[in-house]
Design a protein around this ligand. Sequence first.
Ligand SMILES: Cc1ncc(COP(=O)(O)O)c(C=O)c1O
Length: 443
Amino acid sequence: QWEQSWTKSATAEAEFVASISCSGHGRAFLDGSILDGKPVCECNACYGGPHCSVFLPECIADADSGDPMFLEPFWLKHAASSTIVVPGWHRMSYEFNDDSLISKELDAQIRKLHAVIGNAVTDGRFIIFGVGATQLLHAAVHALSTTNHPSSPSRVVASTPYYPIYKEQTEFFNSEDYKFEGDTSLCNNNSGCKGNFIELVTSPNNPDGQLKKAVLQGPSAKTIHDFAYYWPHYTPIPALADENLMIFTLSKLTGHGGSRFGWAIIKDEAVHQRMLTYMNLSTYGVARETQLRVLKLLKVAVENEGKEMFNFGYQTMRNRWRKLSKTMSLSKRFSIQELETQFCSFSEKVRGATPAYAWLKCVREEDKDCNAVLHSVNITGRHGSLFGAESRFVRLTLVKSDDDFDLLLKRMGTLVSQENNNDGINKIVTHRDEFIGTNKCTG
Ligand SMILES: Cc1ncc(COP(=O)(O)O)c(C=O)c1O
């Protein structure tokens, strides 16, 4: 016998903020700036004005970050089932009742999620939570490294092109126990293979979306499998992954990058213990508010056997890829990666990959800096050199909001049509070195 009482004002406050109109190009938040007693609209990139109704035509199409806002419309539609209320007294303690830092319910929910999607084995494995995959990656490198051997640190490698944080993080923490050594191929001819290796395997890969396997084998090679994108939004799921150390993140699964939540699935107990020690000494676990929210989100994610969220994610990414591929098919100046088709055990169909990023190549000899070419039509992507690749590659994000994607597509369309117009003009104009932005006249 109870009556709703103290949550009334919280729910009214939440619904009031949600009702503020930002013209479909922004959102007001409870913790946003206040003007005249009301939270103000925070506009999507390239929109402004008090209600985000003004398009800013000169602005940059920012295709740099991998912020998966493409899932926001799903959560707007599922507001009722995904909302939580966090009272002032919710889990104030440092620990759960069993002295752990991990919600057992959330642990079980994660195992259920993997069983529903069929992308990773969790039976008999340890699960540990982290403040995003970012924290877990470093905890894993620490746990697998050979300690107390300052003269022979573990050699951290990844296949080019690789996610830049691997290098940046390993170098930043500057440990005596491990060193970033770059591309895995340094060990292709056996001469470079002395010592202990930690190979970071990203599958599907960031930036090019390829499904990858470990290159290094044998007792001196340990692997960390970064499965941030091993979800049906981005790739067919060919098989259950059963690697020694697998890292997943909420960011690319549900789109909640800001919640800073990831998890690792670990086979070996000693490695698990070392990662736990790292977590205890760095952050003492993940915020209980985050764990509560993640539990709720994952319950929605597995509703209806995962069909709703994963279908939404896949359809959105597939539509974006169709549009982009159509535009790029008209270009001889740029190419993007080939998308592999294979059987997906989750959808029980043969389907194509729909990666989070387009890995764009400027094919003309003179376009050595591809990001500079894109700047001519106000697009900025992530420079290929950050991934250990040539500067004629650029990573373009396809996971941001519809507004971001639409603008990127429009600007890519402009660039490609300039190229096609120029092919005609080049036959006539031979005396000018440059025209239309930075396009070179090669005719
Ligand atoms: C391959 C890969 N691993 C890890 C991460 C980091 O994820 P998180 O947001 O959980 O820190 C990203 C984010 O872009 C990523 O692309």
